[in-house]
Design a protein around this ligand. Sequence first.
Ligand code: PLP
Length: 354
Amino acid sequence: MIAEIDFNITTVLQSKLQNISLDNVPFGKYFSDHMLEVDYENGKWQTPFIKPYQPLSLDPSLAALHYGQAIFEGIKAYKDADGKAQIFRPYDNFKRFNLSAERMEMPQVPEHIFIDGLRKLVNLEIDWIPAKADHSLYIRPFMFSTDEAIGVKPSSKYKFLIILSPTGPYYASPMRIYAEEKYVRSVMGGYGNAKAAGNYAGALKAASIANKQGFDQVLWMDAFEHKYVEECGTMNVFFAIGDKIITPSLTDGTILAGVTRDSAITLLQDEGFVIEERKLSIDEIMDAYKAGTLKEIFGTGTAATISMIKELRYKDFVMLFDTSKWSIAPMVKSKMDAIKYGQVPDSHNWMVAV
Ligand SMILES: *Cc1c(COP(=O)(O)O)cnc(C)c1O
């Protein structure tokens, strides 16, 4: 049996909360009063600290800054009408975090640090969870290498932290996207299925170009043929075609296996929908649009939740939708929200009390 490790806890004298309104808080701008911090050294995790949120002091030679061993997770905590706080599927994020760590040659984070630490921290910050529709407390666990030496090799030291940010809606309105033809996010054999910082750095250029043209995001395509759709920015993507729902399969290891993706598949299956996880080409999508059978396109992600996509372009071909007539994406969102906000029985055992 593993002995219960002690967390070293120091609390703030005065909360910052009284200076912040939790109504319509922008995503990722405010952070709660405390954070979790723990170092990995000499082959083992040291004492975890929960302490006032504060800057880190880092050496300029810090390995992560040069060679990018850095991974993260995104999880949300919600409050129900009675003020009870629950976290959505944190064990799935915990497992994925360690898959990302394995891919990036980083140490595994044990459950008693990741899960127990997260629950202790959220418990301490319970007042930071907004009790309002489309609002939640975003939980950001992350780890990076901390060797102080320049040289390309796996670091021997790491830092794992968890910070918390109260948040309102992410993409409030339906999105405009286009299929990206030049840049790629991920390739077979790469690390597109790891939630690694570098995946985002490499994706910024395409997103900036899209933003300049008035688009919210790009739809990533496969790296070899630029033919099959993969995912969209920080979201997995679903297409309702005819009476089926199609989402790109995870088998090539180029797509991040979203927890929201898995939840959407489960809820759609509960409703009797047939889900196909397979390769989906942009030609098939355009053909379905022309035939009038492409009904809805939506993205799924912890930050974005369920986001309707009202416009998809490929080269000069424009696919436009009237999202006010949609039923599937709104149904998935309301079913998922009802579970998250404790309004219906949690029949899939997704919620974890803090
Ligand atoms: C985090 C992420 C998603 C969504 O995953 P969730 O577990 O649903 O939040 C999708 N794509 C990428 C690239 C991501 O980093």
